[in-house]
Design a binder for this molecule. Structure first.
Ligand SMILES: [Fe+2]
Length: 410
């Protein structure tokens, strides 16, 4: 699946060599320059500068070029922050002269300021390059794909001390949206320690670390012994929690297996089978809501957004909101679209409910699971007896930041 994805969305801009392309001496033709290691051609058009890369023209807006100048006065390379005041750039700015020297595009602006850009940096950061790249490589999985991948769980003792083990864990988490750590002591404190190795805890109305029993202490089905269908959590937040952590500390009884379903696998199947339904679910906004009213807790939360969320420049999925329990009144869709929305939602639900897409896991004391709540759904079967679960949410930004600092693509 990853191979297929990469073939479809293969970044064309990994290489840095710019090739000469047909350049005619016209009034808009500014330069044709060769250097020892790099041949490049550029063309100045009325609204953009055009560079060619392997037959693909890369277009750069002039204000963008001035805004992205990497000279010391425009950009602080120590803090990686912009110095140039974008609000002061003349919106009709054009370079006075252009050149390519030593693999760099050199532009001189009307006020004499000189901007230099590595050609490889331009290629990487062009819109055309981003459009053909993926932000985060993933393996979309059903049960068969997941089992054949034979993914190793991290081990508690090395996980806490060895960066290599953490990196391996994060790589697997990023690819599959789910990862396990085994051998964790069955206590809330040890669970907290293992989660803090990965990221910061996200405090919510449920607290930081929660300890979870079927005592109906909160106004939510999760606090019962009932089965729970697949869903994403906190869809009623404007920014749903990024990572869900579960650790079953104790269960004396039957049932209670955890269900995991890759929402992106199902959504990609929908995209293949019915692109128009995929598009509908990725453009129509709906609400999710959490209303709790008890002596101890008063909450009314509302999150609004499409079921499927894609990056607009490359159509890559990055977030799914799917929670039939918490979906609120649909009052954001015109009457003539509602029927089509239900058809699209049904088709996604059909994909999500295929038994071959379900991974059932019995969480036992010692096994901590990390779930990408923006992608992988969880549910559970009904259970009997006393079951104590603890866990927390983690901030998504910090997990991705840790991964990037390890050199992983996220
Ligand atoms: Fe949940």
């Amino acid at each position: 699946m990853l191979g297929a994805l990469n073939r479809n969305l293969r970044p064309v801009l990994r290489q840095t060599r710019l090739r000469l392309f047909g350049l005619r001496k016209t009034p808009t033709c500014a330069a044709q320059i060769r250097c020892a290691t790099t041949s490049a051609a550029l063309r100045l058009q009325d609204d953009c500068l055009v560079l060619n890369y392997e037959g693909t023209p890369l277009r750069f807006n002039y204000v963008w070029l001035r805004d992205h100048c990497r000279s010391a006065s425009s950009f602080n390379s120590a803090t990686n922050q912009r110095n140039v005041d974008t609000g002061s750039i003349d919106l009709s700015i054009r370079p006075q002269s252009t050149a390519v020297e030593d693999g760099q595009l050199v532009l001189t602006w009307p006020d004499g300021h000189v901007s230099k850009y590595d050609l490889s940096w331009l290629a990487r950061n062009s819109y055309e390059g981003q459009k053909r790249s993926i932000v985060q490589p993933r393996v979309f999985w059903n049960l068969d794909i997941y089992e054949k991948a034979n993914i190793e769980s991290a081990k508690w003792d090395t996980f806490l001390t060895c960066d290599h083990e953490l990196k391996k864990f994060l790589r697997s988490y990023l690819l599959y949206g789910v990862a396990f750590v085994d051998g964790v002591p069955a206590t809330v404190e040890a669970t907290k320690e293992v989660t803090q190795r990965v990221s910061l805890m996200r405090e919510t109305t449920y607290g930081g670390m929660w300890s979870f029993t079927s005592d109906l202490s909160r106004g939510d089905t999760a606090y019962t012994q009932l089965a729970l269908d697949r869903h994403t959590d906190t869809s009623y937040f404007q920014e749903p929690c990024g990572i869900q952590v579960f650790h079953c500390l104790k269960h004396e009884g039957t049932g209670g297996r955890t269900l995991l379903v890759d929402g992106f696998y199902a959504a990609e199947k929908l995209r293949q089978r019915s692109p128009e339904n995929f598009e509908l679910l990725s453009t129509v906004h709906i609400g999710h809501e959490y209303i709790e009213s008890s002596d101890r807790h008063q909450n009314h939360m509302r999150g609004v957004g499409p079921v499927l969320n894609v990056y607009p420049w490359n159509n890559e999925l990055y977030l799914i909101r799917y929670n039939n329990y918490d979906r609120s009144v649909i009052n954001t869709i015109p009457h003539d679209v509602v029927q089509r929305w239900y058809v699209a939602h049904r088709q996604l639900t059909t994909e999500l409910r295929r038994p071959e897409n379900e991974l059932w896991v019995k969480l036992t004391p010692g096994k901590v699971v990390f779930i990408d709540n923006w992608r992988v759904m969880h549910g559970r079967e009904a259970f009997t007896g006393t079951r104590q679960l603890c866990g927390c949410y983690l901030t998504r930004d910090d997990v991705l930041s840790t991964a990037r600092c390890f050199g992983l693509q996220a």
